[in-house]
Ligand binder design. Sequence first.
Ligand SMILES: NC(=O)c1ccc[n+]([C@@H]2O[C@H](COP(=O)([O-])OP(=O)(O)OC[C@H]3O[C@@H](n4cnc5c(N)ncnc54)[C@H](OP(=O)(O)O)[C@@H]3O)[C@@H](O)[C@H]2O)c1
Length: 233
Amino acid sequence: MRTALITGANRGLGLEFTRQLLAQGLRVIACSRAPAPAGELAALVDEHPQRLQSLPLDVADAEAIAALPARLATVGVSHLDVLINNAGVLVSGERYGALRAEDLARSFAINASAPLLLTEALTPLLTQGHTAKVLCVSSQLGSIAQVSSYRSVSYAMSKAALNMGMRRLAAELGPRGITVVAMHPGWVRTAMGGAQAPLDAPTSVRGMLAMLARLTPGDGGRFYAYDGSELPW
Ligand SMILES: NC(=O)c1ccc[n+]([C@@H]2O[C@H](COP(=O)([O-])OP(=O)(O)OC[C@H]3O[C@@H](n4cnc5c(N)ncnc54)[C@H](OP(=O)(O)O)[C@@H]3O)[C@@H](O)[C@H]2O)c1
């Protein structure tokens, strides 16, 4: 059975990726920092006990990432076809002159370092997958070509770093049959995107998954928007 692993799966885009991949018939490993015994993800597990496992994973915890493959073996995961590095943080209200070192460090750990560490840790499972694909959920704010302000600088820097890491992963993993890309989900109504965002999560995720399904190995290393357009670096 095709198997996907998603980080930050308890809410927002991660929860929607979980819903849509289940609807497509995949087995889903839904990782979240602190899986709740109740809530939308727990209800999905009740609905799909055979195909959905909820596992704890704080992506800022490098030891937890290193231990994940052994944990996956205990629930019978022998391959991965899709890895969605979705978990992310945005420090709101950053202003020039008031930047905090801990916000920069946390943004880099979660948004830039974790996707690389996790992809490295899961590479043996991805090489066992069927034309495996790795989606790094990035952001247009990480595009250096489109900078217009100092706003959300920790977030923007960490997503630009993620894009570089994604390119490096694509170069390393492409020859092993694993396609790695980055995607901007659009501006989406989630806790991060806020209520004013024009897009809903189902539309954004439908677009990203359709794009992912169309990717061929030659597309590795690219930076797409949810609608399939390509973004400038
Ligand atoms: N919404 C937008 O408009 C937008 C635009 C561009 C890019 N994105 C990107 O899309 C992705 C998903 O964002 P979203 O809009 O769904 O935001 P969200 O609703 O705020 O959800 C963020 C998710 O990341 C998880 N997360 C944060 N830190 C974590 C950690 N240390 N370990 C594990 N999980 C962690 C959160 O888990 P907790 O519940 O435990 O905090 C939550 O599940 C992010 O990478 C974001 O940068 C979003």
